[in-house]
Design a protein around this ligand. Structure first.
Ligand code: NAD
Ligand code: GLY
Length: 376
């Protein structure tokens, strides 16, 4: 008998559960029927996930007597676009789904962000359920209600907060995830240790990471610890007026790298950008005299041990100039009235929000990184 865990995101009348465990997809129909009796489901997914896991979800919905219609989109970051949003909204309306029906995202962060945004705006808000199928989505993007598409002006710039009513994280679905995507999601998992849970980082670094990758009980435990950390932060700061910004550790640099590589997943996927961005945030913190070099080295070594990149030199095709990266950083939504806000660190487990970071020192730092990439 597999162990299942439940984490609750406490948002008063909009609270919801995150169910975590192997094989849970087979219970999706029963869970939805209990939550929303008689609701119909618009299942949004991508072509890769559809080929692997859609039939099982469909069988589970059928078993519970729930009407469902599938909307299958191309895989990849380019799907988070206005054109695909229009396609999903149109399909939901054409299928006559009502506000009490369900938009269900079966996929990674791309599908979750896009389907969630469609659910937020169609009929001014339809119930939304996440069935995340990547590690990144299980530990991060499926929880907390941030939904968005990308704009030519930058990543995630058009979106809304729209909380799901349920998250079903079946960790066995990750068995089919390509190794590169698994590693990318692992960068977002380690993030929770780096932000505020040093023992979690110690545990992962000490060897649990191998079982997270191979699919032993440490995988469920890592997803649960990550979701618990995120649920706590979201419960206290749903719309990112304060501590939720800590979840952006590594993301300001990471988003700039994604922009510099044209959001081309063949060159860099989101989690790889976050891994390099996190290493940059640690090295920048060291440069400012905030963080001890030993912690920087531990982070770099752990990422490298897992096969994650930590330097700008590892971005295939390069990143362009430091000035170009700065342009992307200025466009990032975490820039408030021209002042740069970064998540910096005093060490592993001790991240903090730094407002009014001097843009010139960031530019100097990036020039140094491009000239002499840190190698450990
Ligand atoms: P993704 O959704 O593109 O999935 C990665 C790839 O894995 C895709 O090709 C997909 O088809 C494939 N895939 C998914 N599940 C699979 C499975 N079980 N087996 C085999 N292949 C599978 O990418 P992602 O890394 O999950 O998400 C990245 C996106 O998430 C970015 O757009 C990022 O901005 C967003 N994000 C959002 C939040 C948030 O809070 N909303 C947080 C972090 C990241
Ligand atoms: N992934 C950042 C957030 O949810 O706030």
């Amino acid at each position: 008998m597999n162990q299942h865990a439940t984490v609750t995101v406490d948002l008063a009348g909009r609270s919801y559960d995150i169910r975590i465990g192997r094989g849970l997809i087979d219970q999706a129909g029963a869970m939805l029927a209990a939550l929303a009796p008689g609701a119909a489901c618009a299942v949004v997914t991508d072509a890769s996930v559809a080929g692997l896991h859609l039939a099982r979800l469909g069988a589970s919905l059928d078993g519970a007597g729930l009407r469902h219609r599938e909307i299958v989109l191309p895989a990849g970051e380019a799907t988070k676009s206005m054109a695909r949003l229009d396609e999903v909204c149109g399909a939901v309306l054409a299928g006559r789904f009502e506000r009490n029906d369900i938009v269900l995202a079966l996929g990674g962060g791309v599908i979750g962000d896009l389907a969630g945004f469609a659910a937020a705006i169609v009929r001014r808000g339809i119930r939304f359920v996440q069935v995340p199928t990547t590690l990144l989505a299980q530990v991060d993007s499926s929880v907390g209600g941030k939904t968005a598409i990308n704009s030519p002006h930058g990543k995630n710039l058009i979106g809304a907060f729209h909380q799901p009513v349920l998250v079903i994280a079946d960790t066995a679905l990750l068995d089919t995830l390509p190794a590169r995507e698994f590693r990318a999601g692992y960068a977002e998992t380690v993030k929770y240790g780096l932000i505020g849970d040093r023992p979690f980082f110690d545990w992962l670094e000490g060897g649990a990471w191998r079982e997270v990758f191979s699919g032993g009980p440490a995988r469920e435990r890592a997803v649960e610890i990550s979701c618990r950390a995120k649920a706590g932060i979201v419960s206290r700061d749903e719309t990112e007026h304060g501590e939720r910004a800590l979840l952006n550790l590594g993301h300001t640099f990471g988003h700039a790298l994604e922009a510099a590589t044209g959001y081309d997943g063949r060159r860099l996927v989101h989690g790889e950008g976050v891994a390099i961005g996190t290493a940059l945030a640690f090295r920048f913190s060291r440069r400012l005299g905030l963080c001890h070099g030993q912690d920087v080295t531990r982070v770099e070594r752990h990422f490298a041990a897992c096969g994650l990149p930590t330097t700008l030199a590892e971005v295939p095709g390069g990143t362009g100039s430091a000035e170009r990266l700065m342009e992307a950083i200025h466009q990032d939504k975490k820039v408030s009235r021209g002042a740069l806000t970064f998540i910096l660190t005093r060490g592993i487990g001790d991240a903090f929000i730094a407002k009014d970071v001097d843009a010139a020192s960031v530019l100097d730092f990036l020039r140094e990184e491009l000239a002499a990439p840190a190698v450990t």
